[in-house]
Design a protein around this ligand. Structure first.
Ligand code: SF4
Length: 434
């Protein structure tokens, strides 16, 4: 029987989906992609933007027209009733019960043997014991790298955010268990592990912090593994963490939710850092790594963002030479303090600003790739298309490999150097060492 796990939103959702898919494949179900016909769909939703919610509704309707569809994740947590009305084939599993899905495959297998159909099997399932850290995948169906969840929830209350409402307070997986799981992934042959959480820098932040966890991981893992961090909120990046990031196994790729480069706007939306502090962090990251790939999230049209504040943000990203920007036009989320903000920015202005930043991001990305020409790199092979291998470099560039080795396989780590970049398009090229 075919099962499709379709994921929206952040890397944490992707990590949790992989663990759910792994639990199904361990029980003999076949995991398929969204374009293949499945007997059961699981949609892991996101509530960060209204666009993500719209897409979730569209995909759930589409999948439910042909098979039972379980809807779970942050959106399912905050709007259960809305999703229920999409189709009578939809079963909503709120976020607080999402980890129960890890045990559903076993139950379904038994109920199918007993003659129940899949929908009745899903409806008759109940399991009261699940932790947010039960997601512990041994295999990954939708990615060639391993994901390891180490943190959940968030104690910040950014005024535009619904994630901390859906996910609750910050919790961390005990460091000994993180190390144990990482060692198991290394032993299973993964070359790269991405650590994920809702707010990774809030990992154990009242004690040893993310820096303390990285020290333990780096002391336990071998020299051939790569570690990557999903994203780094600026407010808990401390000396210990910055020191650990200098280890060569830590990949030169950092994703920072900057949101605005105006201190006035940051304070207005209850972010807990200022732009001068962020600049110091960026300098330290560049001291730790040679020209790291630094991506930044930015929200245009936040309440209080006038022309001056926007121009400051534009200049900041330009001057700091970010390699890429993820631009989100602000959409007020129900139940958040900014939902009824009076100092809203007109949508046309918000969208025009988003366009300018996206154009800037394209420019910055091309400039970043261009200056990699001739540099040494390591690539994890991801897939093969039209006779060529494609993979991901340590600095998070998706590249095409020239002269990949004959023994190439998904997940293999190969060495090479960047060929000159052709700005007209296509993926950056890497020449493998013989
Ligand atoms: S740091 Fe802010 S935006 Fe990120 S999850 Fe926490 S409250 Fe939401």
């Amino acid at each position: 029987m075919n099962v499709c796990v379709y994921t929206l939103g952040c890397r944490l959702n992707q990590c949790e989906s992989e663990a759910i898919a792994d639990s199904f494949s361990q029980e003999g179900f076949t995991i398929v992609g969204e374009r293949e016909q499945a007997d059961l769909y699981i949609v892991n939703t996101c509530t960060v933007t209204s666009k993500a919610e719209q897409k979730a509704r569209r995909m759930i309707r589409k999948f439910a027209s042909s098979a039972p569809t379980l809807a779970t994740g942050c959106y399912a947590q905050v709007n259960e009733e809305e999703l229920k009305t999409l189709s009578d084939q939809v079963i909503v599993v709120p976020l607080e019960k999402k980890a129960h899905l890890l045990k559903l495959a076993k139950h379904l297998k038994a109920s199918l043997v007993a003659g129940f159909d899949l929908k009745s099997g899903c409806l008759s399932f109940s399991d009261g014991t699940a932790s947010v850290f039960d997601y512990d995948a041994a295999s990954f169906s939708y990615h060639s790298r391993a994901y390891l969840k180490v943190q959940d929830g968030c104690d910040n209350e950014c005024s535009y955010c619904r994630v901390h409402i859906a996910r609750g307070k910050a919790v961390s997986l005990e460091s000994a268990t993180v190390v144990e799981r990482a060692l198991a992934l290394e032993a299973a042959g993964f070359s790269e592990i991405m650590l994920t959480g809702v707010n990774l820098t809030m990992y154990d932040h009242t004690r040893e912090g993310l820096g303390g966890l990285l020290e333990k991981l780096l002391a336990s893992l071998g020299g051939g593994i790569r570690l990557r961090l999903s994203s780094l909120e600026p407010d808990h990046i401390d000396d210990r963490l910055l020191k650990a990031l200098a280890d060569p196994r830590m990949q030169p790729h950092f994703h920072i939710p900057v949101q605005s480069a105006s201190n006035k706007v940051l304070a207005r939306v209850n972010r807990h850092y200022d732009i001068e502090g962020l600049s110091t962090i960026l300098d330290r990251l560049r001291e730790a790594k040679d020209d790291p790939f630094i991506a930044g999230d930015v929200i245009t049209g936040l309440p209080g963002e006038g022309e001056e504040e926007f121009e400051a943000t534009f200049r900041y990203f330009q001057d700091q030479k970010f390699a890429q920007m993820h631009v989100f036009p602000f959409s007020p989320r129900p139940d958040t303090p900014l939902f009824k903000a009076k100092d809203r920015v007109a949508e046309s202005v918000r969208d025009e600003r988003a366009k300018r930043l996206r154009d800037l991001s394209d420019e910055l990305f091309r400039a970043y790739v261009k200056r990699q020409s001739g540099k040494e790199t390591e690539v994890v092979l991801q897939n093969r298309k039209g006779g060529a291998w494609y993979g991901l470099t340590g600095n998070y560039l998706e590249v095409k490999l020239l002269n990949a080795p004959l023994f190439a396989r998904e997940g293999l780590l190969v060495q090479g150097h960047f060929a000159p970049y052709d700005e007209k398009g296509g993926k950056p090229l890497v020449l493998c060492h013989a």
